[in-house]
Design a protein around this ligand. Sequence first.
Ligand code: TIU
Length: 223
Amino acid sequence: MIELAAQPFPFKLDVVNAALVIIDMQRDFVEPGGFGESLGNDVSLLQAVIPVAREVLLAWRGAGGLVVHTRESHLPDLSDCPPGKRLRGNPALRIGDRGPMGRILVRDEEGNQIVPELAPARGEMVIDKPGKGAFYATGLHEMLIERGITHLLFMGVTTEVCVQTSMREANDRGYDCLLIEDATASYFPEFKAATLAMITAQGAIVGWTATADAVIEAVSSSL
Ligand code: TIU
């Protein structure tokens, strides 16, 4: 059992019953020319957390923990993309349109690949998800139950959209969830700050938050 310094109080986990869930660290969100930029966002804020996320990933792999990578993506015929999701707003490029990294948010396109620094290793789970949450229409819950997973450590992008949605879905399914605060980012720093605060409020109503250092230190000392 590991205990790590967290908000609003220490978080306890066993590596064998825990998974590191890395949300949507795909080129579509963190590199120019992808979905994130097409929505009018500055992607540099998201790129900034890649080195910290990599340190956490390497420490977690070193401890032998299960790693789950997710990608927000749609089938090439967009049959799993609600029309409203594609048509909403006035983006420079819509989901399915061809951009500099291939078709926007479409499975297996260049832009849909996870950034090289965090690329999945052999044996790690890769979940393609059509929604913002990692549990909607993916079978992830069943796969985690099968492996006896009860605790989830989250990082990735964006904090208040896919990360928070996934964490809330997980919390409702009974997982103890922790968000690694400096390994997650938003295009809107104030939304990230609000998300961290609302997760830990009311006695960890959604879960815990902790720094990458706290996670790495606890995981490394468990070896
Ligand atoms: N736009 C935005 O902030 N996020 C997304 O569309 N998806 C994820 O958060 N992955």
